[in-house]
Design a protein around this ligand. Sequence first.
Ligand code: ADP
Ligand code: MG
Length: 238
Amino acid sequence: MASVTLKNVSKSFGAYDVIRSIDLEIADGEFTVFVGPSGCGKSTLLRLIAGLVPVSEGDVFIGGEQVTDVPASKRGLAFVFQSYALYPHMNVSRNISFALETARLGRDEIRRRVTKVAEMLKIGHLLDRRPRQLSGGQRQRVAIGRALVGQPEVFLFDEPLSNLDADLRMEMRFEIAKLHADVKTTMIYVTHDQTEAMTLADRIVILNQGRIEQVGRPRELYDRPANRFVAGFLGSPR
Ligand code: ADP
Ligand code: MG
């Protein structure tokens, strides 16, 4: 696990400022949720941390090291997206282990890790199936397993549950909370869903038009919103 720090990070696409001078410190092992209305810059901010998109200004630090110019594949991160992007022609086991096959691990070590991750995510009985033989929730578990098996320093989630129906979403929310309690990896989770933010987060970052409106523990934000936007967004009584 590792801390994540943003110093004066901005991102523009052409003349359009999407992320504006963001300073943020995320502690080792913390579960941070970025929340805000559609289009406010949540995904872009996550991609800047991941290195999938270059910053226009400022610096990104992971584990205290400046990684602003380090490519995504070398940042020690795992990314779980809304769409599962599993390999359709590979079974679950290979979908999970695929990323490890280039990591020079022995076959036994790979099998050990896949088994452990599959058990954790309750997909141990599905290892021989193809993605099309799985439900949406099972697919998302495989996607999480694939991210987890590489033992990342930081786990990034971009609206991972928004394609699931309400019941599954609740179940998976619980699974993700449990996963964090088990592995204690630093997790940054993007959602536009206030309930998801309130129940999962150690700390919530409220974004609006590329800026941070407020950062704090869920209860703090709810009880003492810094402004009307935060109060309105979280439905605080005022
Ligand atoms: P969110 O995830 O909060 O919905 P995004 O980070 O996806 O928001 O997008 C923030 C804004 O930046 C949106 O207005 C979006 O259209 C714009 N944007 C995102 N990516 C690009 C891009 N590659 N080129 C141009 N504009 C972009
Ligand atoms: Mg988004």
